[in-house]
Ligand binder design. Structure first.
Ligand code: HEM
Length: 416
């Protein structure tokens, strides 16, 4: 109840009352729960002898955000077997570069249309740009880009709430899974080297091919979170408006600054609140007892705003990442640990490449910000500026040559 009412502020309120700054005891959905934060806690949390995922993710989250039987719910060898495909596609710098390049092109194609309208909603438009690009990149033919983008963002928008947004997400999942199951079956009949075909050829640990519907769930677990980067693109619009000096520096297209900006977006703005699992056995972290069967929650938002790791955590400051890559278990916007072995998000390179590419373009866009409600409520999960960032676009600055961020990505250089 507290979580539903307080959203991202639920954990901070509890940390203030906790005797231990890295461990707290609470209840979630009637179950005993232990909250953790800090790099040492990340290490503890991602050890499968301590925490497992099977049975940890509530049905309403599976029925909307992840899909039933998704990689997020697997443990041990089954998880590592499934993870190999995600890592081989999403950690391949050439693949990441090609995706970022397509996103950049789709954005450039859309700018003249935006300039012809009184105003646009950055959240909706960036979701459409990314949907078009990621579907082309994955080999997924899409005719209704706007409708597909709306369904994909609905999955994320409705996972943590009851009521209308939640039912809209469930319906969207039904439509998307039916559509992609058909494409998986087709790809099995005529395989090629597309991402779609690679997902279609996924096998269970015993060598059997995944049920087509299950493969569709995993295809969606590539496409849906890529489109979710539009949350951060919207936050980028918010940041450029609030801190115009950042916009001036981004315009130069300097890769190091664009990546630092992307890291700071992921740290500063609220998106994934926490990740959770179930305690496999009784264990102890910093002498605090974690009983078998308790929910264990890693507080992402709390760790990303912990002043012991981030001086002045509520100041937006990309410079904190200039000349310094975040330590593996410090910035955990997309989980922690080793993405190849554990559940850490395999999409961080994709996220950074898309953000670096679009942040520079956004900074070079000629726009004004009309009167609107830019409040970001920490009670709403996932958070977003209330009016979803309206912009009145008049065109884009002509620049000779591409931004270094994009060149690096397209050349297959690892980003971030
Ligand atoms: C929008 C930015 C993103 C955020 C905030 C985000 C966040 C996360 C988080 C918090 C997790 C869970 C980590 C854990 O369970 O320990 C995760 C897992 C995952 N993410 Fe992302 N992600 C993003 C983008 C992406 C992208 C672009 C992709 C794919 C192209 C992706 C694919 C996945 C997959 C497949 C998993 C499951 C990994 C596993 O269970 O082993 N994500 N993400």
């Amino acid at each position: 109840m507290g979580l539903a009412a307080q959203g991202y502020s639920w954990f901070p309120g509890r940390w203030r009352r906790s005797a231990n700054p890295d461990v707290l005891h609470t209840r979630l959905m009637g179950k005993r729960a232990v909250g953790l934060r800090g790099p040492a806690a990340v290490n503890f949390f991602y050890d499968e002898d301590h925490v497992r995922r099977h049975g940890a993710i509530p049905e309403p989250v599976q029925g909307t955000l992840f899909g039933h039987g998704a990689i997020h719910t697997l443990d041990g060898i089954d998880h590592r077997n499934r993870k190999m495909m995600f890592v081989s596609v999403l950690k391949d710098a050439r693949q990441v570069g090609q995706l970022a390049e397509r996103v950049g092109r789709a954005w450039d194609d859309a700018v003249p249309e935006w300039a012809g309208q009184p105003s646009i909603v950055l959240f909706d438009e960036s979701a459409r740009v990314i949907t078009k690009a990621v579907c082309e990149w994955a080999g997924v033919p899409v005719t209704d880009v706007a409708g597909t983008a709306a369904d994909l963002t609905a999955l994320v928008d409705g996972f943590a709430t009851a009521g209308r947004r939640h039912w809209r997400a469930r319906k969207a999942r039904g439509r998307l899974e039916r559509w992609l199951t058909g494409l998986i079956e087709q790809a099995r009949r005529s395989p090629d080297d597309s991402v779609l075909s690679q997902v279609a050829s996924l096998t269970e640990t015993d060598g059997r091919r995944l049920e087509p519907k299950r493969a569709a769930v995993e295809l969606l677990n590539i496409i849906r979170p890529t489109v979710a980067v539009s949350w951060f693109v919207t936050f980028a619009g918010h940041a450029l408006h609030r801190w115009p000096e950042v916009r001036d520096r981004l315009r130069d297209g300097d890769l190091a600054y664009a990546v630092a900006f992307a890291h700071e977006l992921r740290r500063f703005y609220p998106f994934a609140p926490f990740v959770g699992g179930v305690a496999v056995q009784e264990s102890f972290f910093q002498d605090e007892r974690i009983p078998k069967g308790a929910m264990v929650l890693l507080d992402i938002y709390g760790q990303n705003h912990d002043e012991r790791l981030w001086p002045e955590p509520y100041r937006f400051d990309p410079d904190r990442f200039l000349g310094r890559e975040p330590g593996r278990d410090e910035l955990i916007a997309q989980g922690g640990g080793d993405p190849r072995a554990g559940h850490r998000c395999p999409g961080e390179d994709v996220t950074l490449a898309i953000l670096a590419t679009l942040a520079v373009r956004l900074a070079r866009l000629d726009f004004t910000v009309p009167e609107q409600d830019l409040t970001i409520s920490l009670r709403r999960i996932p958070a977003l500026p209330r009016s979803r960032m309206m912009l009145a676009v008049s065109g884009a600055q002509e620049v000779s040559g591409r931004a270094t961020a994009e060149v690096a990505a397209a050349d297959g250089e690892p980003i971030g």
